[in-house]
Write a protein that binds this ligand. Sequence first.
Ligand SMILES: Cc1cc2nc3c(=O)[nH]c(=O)nc-3n(C[C@H](O)[C@H](O)[C@H](O)COP(=O)(O)OP(=O)(O)OC[C@H]3O[C@@H](n4cnc5c(N)ncnc54)[C@H](O)[C@@H]3O)c2cc1C
Length: 464
Amino acid sequence: MASPGQQPVNGGVSFWYRSIGLPRPRPALPGDVEADVCIVGAGFTGLWTAYYLKRQQPDLRIVLLEKEFAGFGASGRNGGWLSAELAGSRDAYAATHGKQGVVDLMRAMRDAVDEVIDVAKNEGIDADIAKDGLLHVARNQAQLQRLHAGLRHEQDWGADPLDFVALSRSEMDERIRVAGSLGGIFSPHCARVQPAKLVQGLADAVVGLGVTIYEQTTVSRIDAGRAVSDRGTVRAPTVLRCLEGFTGSIEGQKRSWLPMNSSMIVTAPLPPDVLDRIGWGGAELLGDYAHGYMYAQRTVDDRIALGGRGIPYRYGSRLDERGATQQWTIDALTALTREMFPATADVPIDHAWCGVLGVPRDWTATVDFDRGTGLGTAGGYVGSGLTTTNLAGRTLADLVLGNQTELTRLPWVGRRVRRWEPEPLRWLGVQSMYALYRTADRREARGLGHTSRIASVANKITGR
Ligand SMILES: Cc1cc2nc3c(=O)[nH]c(=O)nc-3n(C[C@H](O)[C@H](O)[C@H](O)COP(=O)(O)OP(=O)(O)OC[C@H]3O[C@@H](n4cnc5c(N)ncnc54)[C@H](O)[C@@H]3O)c2cc1C
């Protein structure tokens, strides 16, 4: 591990894999194969879908096709917030299903947090899970205003008073001492997870149920009844595209979901005196109210893993090389860590990495299955995919099996979303949005006292 002043490891998929070791890839697709269900992409969406399909109908022949190894994408690189946050805009969901539809989805998300924890327990997956809740901290007046507005918003949508509890500055300090804190909000519906352990455990559980995962197999084309890869074609009446940030790698899908980049760093284990000064005694997840927000967790071995936006989007939907991120992103996340937790000044940064998540044009997630063609998909979770993939997997399984359940009636099922603009508009839109967010955050940090109008302009540009 790094010593002070030494450069952190950059990439290598993620620190989560460095701590458990990269898995040995499973065999590739041996040629043309027939199946009942073909799932493309072995991240959480694909794996949860396979899991629930096989649990409900054990005789289904399910084949999963994966470019690298199960959990190579965002599922093995994320911040480990197993949270009940909705993946998208309530207004978009309410437009078709009214307020009750949104309330149902919010309840389903809270249940999904516990469902993941239960499955991990029942399948014997040790993923450092601890459900100590989620803290959001406000670090300037503008953020504090958004905190209070957010609280009212949750209550308007029917949240129970115990779902979101406002904390004064001293109450926040009692949980985690963040420099410059003016107060926070606590929500109990969130658990800390080591994502690579969870996704590897889930892949093993799925294989144990009789699903075949072919790794090192890149799919280039999906049509009704078949998925075409560099190793052969899988023919199946049901083909499910579960690629989130990688969706653009399939022919004709470049403009569906934008691959948004998010980066993380992790410190070396904090010495006990540093941890004492920060006071992060539990496994609460931590976020803030900045426009270019941060997310953090205290790992099981007392590190701080902290993430945020780096280069948000690469021209032409290009992807990273096995998680390597840019130096200025590492510097920015390091500076933020030191600023929020001055006690970490001498604690080395051990590792930095990044990954892509999927962003639809209306920033709202979708589960979709067309019985006529047998084609389906789920994703566009906009950074809230860890819990949402479980709900999506259960929902896709019900849709494929033709079960009409409360899940298949949720408002994110069957949404049609317009595509992103072609380049260079797509690149210009997202770059300017984040440049404006950075400016808005700087102005608010200098004491603007209210939300900068620049941030609303940024939202308008990309329809967020
Ligand atoms: C840095 C980062 C931090 C995040 N933090 C959080 C968090 O704390 N909480 C949260 O809720 N969400 C978080 N997210 C989002 C969350 O991780 C994702 O939404 C979720 O993991 C998506 O799962 P998925 O299975 O849909 O996609 P992925 O996990 O990306 O899986 C897609 C799979 O498809 C494979 N693949 C790609 N192209 C092809 C192809 N052509 N053929 C075959 N296979 C292919 C990939 O290798 C990959 O394994 C974060 C994301 C990132 C990047």
